[in-house]
Design a protein around this ligand. Structure first.
Ligand SMILES: NC(=O)c1ccc[n+]([C@@H]2O[C@H](COP(=O)([O-])OP(=O)(O)OC[C@H]3O[C@@H](n4cnc5c(N)ncnc54)[C@H](OP(=O)(O)O)[C@@H]3O)[C@@H](O)[C@H]2O)c1
Length: 337
């Protein structure tokens, strides 16, 4: 089968290739998906560049990609929820990924039926960003009537997080550049800060939650917009010591992560708020909840551009520009085919 592979750590131009690869092995609990579309996430190029080297071992060449929408081609002997011919989507297993390919095998627990109103390109744009947003709001127990600041509202996460927060009944503020102000307003943002004109922490205060997607100084300044008792959920940076203990990492890792996060802990104490770093987990049941929001018309995909599989390199480079408006999709089997 045709697939986009990474041959070694390095620059996209040098290490990403279209190759013929063996079809995936289908285990008893697997759904074999004929991929119609996949989508790009920053984790794709971060892994390829070796940014996650310290925490995960990769064997080269590996097939890229975590998000998929397609049609079930076959199912393992212990799969009961899906049948060949059904349209499905998934944020696939973090240990066994590879959606930039004609076929991918995914454990049933990570799969959901594709929302009928979406094309495969639209559906493929959703799983990773929608699950991340859903889990972040769950972590902070965001409730109707509360106020949340979603950073980078025009990005893959931001465009969906704004809509999910609104669906939960929250009031949403977001940061973006001038060219995307109309876009984020159309998605439901109540307050928009053009970060090139204003510092968000000089105009926002008393928020219940911040969804922090940019890291560094942006994260440090975000603590001050929270009210006492509020919560910052970051999706960038070093995981917490508590997370390292839960993963049963070697004894020095919780200590190291705690030390690296001492600045965040100090800011949280100063502002009398909580903070956590979230690493999203794939989850087919939560994806069904997201399908419900889509079918109810509360969440709609935002697609920046669609690239054919053979142009996956260009898609990855576009993602690396940091300027995507919504999601970048890779079409593996064009809709008319
Ligand atoms: N921990 C996890 O489980 C997890 C899950 C998903 C994603 N992530 C991480 O979260 C980050 C965001 O992901 P993404 O998919 O949303 O990325 P993305 O789609 O590439 O984000 C691009 C967007 O960022 C906006 N942006 C850039 N600088 C900004 C600034 N200073 N203030 C406000 N907006 C700014 C840009 O808007 P303008 O052009 O208007 O500036 C653009 O629309 C990535 O680093 C990703 O790796 C982590």
């Amino acid at each position: 089968m045709k697939a986009i592979v990474v041959t070694r750590y390095g620059k996209t131009e040098e290490v990403v290739e279209l190759r013929d690869m063996p079809a995936p092995v289908v285990g008893p609990r697997d759904v074999l998906i004929e991929v119609h579309a996949a989508s790009v996430n920053p984790i794709d190029f971060k892994m390829q560049q070796g940014e996650l080297k310290a925490v995960r071992k990769l064997q080269f060449p590996y097939i890229m990609g975590f998000d998929v929408s397609g049609v079930v081609k076959a199912v393992g002997s212990e799969v009961y929820g899906f049948q060949p011919g059904e349209a499905v989507y998934s944020r696939v297993d973090g240990e066994r990924f590879g959606t930039f390919a004609e076929l991918v095998a995914v454990d049933e627990q990570f799969v959901a039926h594709k929302p009928a109103r979406l094309s495969h390109a639209e559906a493929a744009s959703l799983p990773l960003v929608a699950l991340t947003s859903w889990q972040a709001f769950g972590r902070a127990s965001l409730k109707a009537g509360q106020r949340v600041l979603v950073h980078a509202g025009a990005g893959g996460i931001g465009t969906i997080a704004i809509q999910i927060a609104r669906a939960l009944g929250a009031k949403v503020a977001t940061t973006t550049s001038a060219r995307n102000v109309e876009l984020v307003r159309s998605l439901g943002a109540d307050t928009v800060v053009d970060y090139q004109q204003q510092q968000f922490d000089t105009v926002l205060s008393n928020y219940d939650m911040v969804l922090e997607t940019l890291g560094g100084d942006n994260q440090r300044r975000s603590f001050s917009v929270l009210k006492p008792g509020g919560m910052l959920v970051s999706i960038l940076g070093v995981p917490t010591a508590a997370w390292a203990r839960k993963q049963k990492l070697p004894f020095f890792m919780p200590w190291l992560f705690g030390w690296l996060n001492r600045g965040n802990d100090k800011l949280a104490r100063q502002h009398k708020v909580q903070w956590d770093m979230l690493l999203m987990q794939p989850d087919g049941q939560q994806l069904r909840g997201i399908s419900d929001l889509v079918e109810a018309g509360l969440v709609a995909p935002v697609i920046d551009r669609v690239f054919p599989l053979a142009q996956a390199k260009q898609a990855l480079l576009h993602s690396q520009s940091g300027r995507a408006r919504g999601k970048i999709v890779i079409e593996v089997k064009p809709a008319a085919a």
